[in-house]
Design a protein around this ligand. Structure first.
Ligand code: PLP
Length: 392
């Protein structure tokens, strides 16, 4: 076995069918879809097909908007800053509610707005790693709260929040709700007729689509103030020439992801559980969050007596790619890999290692990874116990 990729919450391989669907739009049908000549008009219908796939993939209503953008980071920034701008335009001091386990694309945007004068309330997680709907209910001030922004499924633990209840609470109080759905789409059903969120954001590369394209769902009547001005694309809600090949790819990828949801819930879950059972047989290991509450592909395991970088390096040397946390931020090794685990109360003397599977993960790969993980733990714990003896 050469290499095993178990870092699918960071990004996924592009499904070959997605690549095939995108190909013609690079060198054959490359016109600007807004041009009135045939090079432009021949491209237009394919944007329509891609949009239809996105609408049906999340069961959006025809009257809702889906704004194509560059990634979920852009989507999250757009919603949060848009609601801030709206308050400022109405001479109101914005108050926003978020949680302690958001991706930096939400938490750092909130921190920035706090510096500009917004009031930000941060909800803690309960002992299960979930944001309790009652905490949300208590935090909302119907007269002042501008926006609630909570992650649908967490990128590190895979824990799924009770978003349907959040939707009902926000609706009762007349407060807008945004859900970062990046780690939910393609792993669990996302149905916008069932979940009453005003906005959701997602990124194609998390469900076997290309990197650098995402979408922002806006429920009819919820409105959005554009972040990017300068063109009439996306009905004036996001200026900039649309990336047609990637949009086509995202539509195809979502279509395939939705068709594979049963496979995720059964086969991907079975392999994840096999890996998790084997990890739990190792001494002094804990997995964060109950299995039933997590997306079917994710394990965040806390290994006692292991140094994170050494563990990751050893796994990598033996061909297994995992992550010590949010890979989006692991360019800097100072990133705090276990901040979610810490919020849940896990012991931080332990290293949190995330293993995330996809529909492309095979049984042979899982068997191989189990061996590599067991051996890495033995080796590293062996080295650290020798080091400890030297100190004595
Ligand atoms: N939100 C969550 C929950 C994520 O996991 C990520 C990426 O890991 C993002 C937002 C940002 O996605 P992108 O890098 O595609 O903008």
């Amino acid at each position: 076995m050469e290499r095993v990729y178990l870092d699918n919450n960071a990004t996924t391989l592009v499904d070959p069918l997605v690549k095939d669907a995108m190909d013609p739009f690079f060198t054959k049908m490359y016109g600007n879809p807004n041009s009135l000549h045939s090079f432009g008009t021949e491209v237009h219908p394919y944007m329509g097909i891609a949009l239809d796939r996105l609408y049906s993939g999340i069961n959006a209503d025809d009257d809702d908007d889906i704004i194509i953008n560059s990634c979920a980071t852009e989507g999250n920034n757009t919603v949060i800053k848009s609601l801030y701008f709206e308050s400022v335009l109405n001479n109101k001091k914005p108050q926003m509610i978020t949680s302690s386990i958001e991706h930096p694309a939400v938490s750092e945007t909130m921190e920035f707005l706090e510096r500009l004068g917004a009031e930000i309330k941060i909800l803690p997680v309960n002992s299960e790693g979930i944001i309790d709907p009652d905490e949300l209910r208590k935090a909302i001030d119907p007269d002042r709260t501008t926006l609630v922004s909570i992650i649908w499924a967490n990128n590190e633990t895979g824990l799924i929040n009770p978003v349907k209840e959040y939707g009902e609470i926000c609706r009762e109080n007349g407060v807008k709700l945004h859900l970062d759905a990046v780690q939910a789409i393609g792993k669990i059903p996302v149905d916008m007729k069932d979940v009453l969120a005003d906005y959701i954001t997602f990124s194609a590369h998390k469900f076997h689509g290309p990197k650098g394209i995402g979408a922002l769902y806006v429920r009819k009547g919820s409105g959005i103030v554009p972040l990017l001005h300068g063109g009439e694309q996306m009905a004036g809600l996001r200026a900039g020439t649309v990336n047609v090949p990637y949009m086509v790819g995202m539509g195809q990828a979502l279509d395939l992801a939705v068709k594979n949801l049963d496979f995720e819930a059964t086969e991907v879950r079975r392999l994840r559980d096999k890996l998790e059972d084997a990890i739990l047989e190792i001494d002094d290991v804990e997995v964060i969050g109950r299995r039933e509450l997590r997306t079917p592909n994710t394990i965040l395991a806390s290994f006692k007596g292991m140094e994170g970088e050494a563990f990751l390096w050893d796994l990598n040397q033996n061909g297994v790619a995992a992550s010590t946390g949010s890979a989006c931020s692991s360019e800097s090794l100072e990133s705090n890999p276990t901040f979610v685990a810490m919020n849940i109360g896990a012991d931080l003397a332990h290293t949190g290692m995330r293993f995330s599977l996809s529909r492309y993960t095979t049984e042979d790969e899982i068997d191989y990874a189990i061996d590599v993980i067991r051996n890495a733990v033995k080796r590293i714990r062996g080295i650290s116990s020798t080091k400890n003896k030297e100190y004595i």
